[in-house]
Design a protein around this ligand. Structure first.
Ligand SMILES: *Cc1c(COP(=O)(O)O)cnc(C)c1O
Length: 387
């Protein structure tokens, strides 16, 4: 694809719109077709056209998405999966063996924790939790010789802790381990972990990458060819791939990621301004606030601070639940990263499974995914719900 080569130096928005696909040579179609096919005609035995043989191994709509997200993350190669968790499971089995050990965030996404705790552990992979905001604690959790992966999220969910990707990469590499960054909350527009020393990026493309709450998907982007080959083998061998329609929706979402993220950030800043001065709101947790313990690191490694905001309300759990149930523009629901604003009570919803453990979140905590509606409407909605 020589016509794609100039894109290496192109800006983020140009890559988001053009990387991974050239207008179809036959029809000129500007957007990749949804290749709803399981198999491909061979020109004589083994005579594959463009390497396509069977759609678990490769499908042109998925190829376009995979090349696009690799260009956005500035990695060697991208891979698209049926969900974020399918991507994670494939990555773990590609890079670890029974008897190995991984370090995971002590506030990991619940589904990620469950995958390591209930599925990979039964397969023989041990895990230890450590706070991503403390590279020394992460270093201390490493078991020399056994730890194959240091797995981090930044910002984390729902407390928006920040991990210093460069420092964590140094810690992992010093111990002979790889650094995996789940970049779901920041999206490739706000943060590119591979450029900061990470080895593999993980996405739940269900969130900001897809961006419209209409598709579940996951992605991996590898920094180098060796990692890419191990992941490619497992993607095909395990088969948890993104279907062509899902790949098409995700690619469509990525084209507007930059615009959406700018508005998510603008609106989140407006909402944070409002919340910090409201008498019924206690702590407001947002990496863009100078009071946030990870603010300086976030400022260094992120373009802006994202669309996720958490806050504590005075009046305890009852009031927090009421706020969640009273908004009208913010929809009460799990997930995040779509154009519409969502509100939830982590203690009773996304984080109910960690109640009573070290990962328990405060009962008066409310998490919002600030969408791209009119900012005034979002502020007015929260104001009504808090009164
Ligand atoms: C949603 C999410 C996942 C899991 O992705 P699915 O697409 O739901 O399988 C992983 N990590 C983070 C940070 C998430 O928010």
């Amino acid at each position: 694809m020589t016509s794609q080569e100039h894109l290496h130096k192109a800006g983020f928005e140009t890559r988001a719109i053009h990387a991974g696909y050239e207008p179809d040579p036959t029809t000129g179609a500007v957007i990749p077709p949804i290749y709803a096919t399981s198999t491909y005609k061979q020109d004589g035995v083994g005579g594959l056209r463009g390497g396509y043989e069977y759609s678990r191994s490769a499908n042109p709509t998925r190829t376009a998405l995979e090349a696009n997200i690799a260009a956005l993350e500035e990695g060697e190669r991208g891979f698209a999966f049926a969900s974020g968790l399918a991507a994670e499971d494939t990555l773990v089995r590609a890079l670890c063996r029974p008897g190995d050990h991984v370090v995971i965030p002590d506030d990991a996404y619940g589904g990620t924790f469950r995958l390591f705790d209930k599925v990979e552990q039964a397969w023989g992979l041990a895990h230890s939790p450590a706070p991503v905001s403390d590279p020394e604690a992460v270093a201390a959790a490493i078991r020399p010789g056994e730890t194959k992966l240091v797995w981090v999220e930044t910002p984390t969910n729902p407390l928006l802790n920040i991990g210093d990707i460069e420092a964590l990469a140094a810690v992992a590499h010093h111990a002979g381990a790889l650094l995996v960054v789940d970049n779901t909350f920041a999206s490739p527009y706000l943060q590119q972990p591979l450029t900061l020393g990470a080895d593999v990026v993980v996405h739940s493309t269900t969130k900001y990458c897809g961006g419209h709450s209409d598709v579940v998907g996951g992605a991996l982007v590898a920094r180098d060819l060796d990692l890419a080959e191990r992941i490619a083998f497992h993607q095909n061998a395990m088969g948890a791939v993104a279907g062509p329609f899902d790949a098409w929706l995700t690619l469509r979402g990525l084209k507007t990621l930059a615009l959406r993220m700018e508005r998510h950030c603008d609106n989140a800043e407006r909402v944070v301004d409002f919340l910090t001065s409201h008498p019924k709101v206690g702590d407001v947790i947002y990496p863009g606030l100078e009071t946030h313990p990870g603010h300086e690191v976030a400022q260094r490694q992120m373009r802006r601070f994202g669309g996720m905001v958490s806050f504590r309300v005075t009046g305890g759990e009852q009031h927090a639940l009421q706020v969640c149930e009273r908004t009208e523009v913010f929809t009460l629901g799990e997930s995040l990263g779509g154009v519409e604003s969502l509100i939830e009570h982590p203690g009773r919803m996304t984080h109910a499974s960690v109640a009573g453990t070290d990962l328990e979140v405060p009962a008066d905590l409310v998490r919002i995914s600030v969408g791209i509606e009119t900012a005034d409407d979002l502020v007015a909605d929260l104001e009504r719900a808090l009164d």
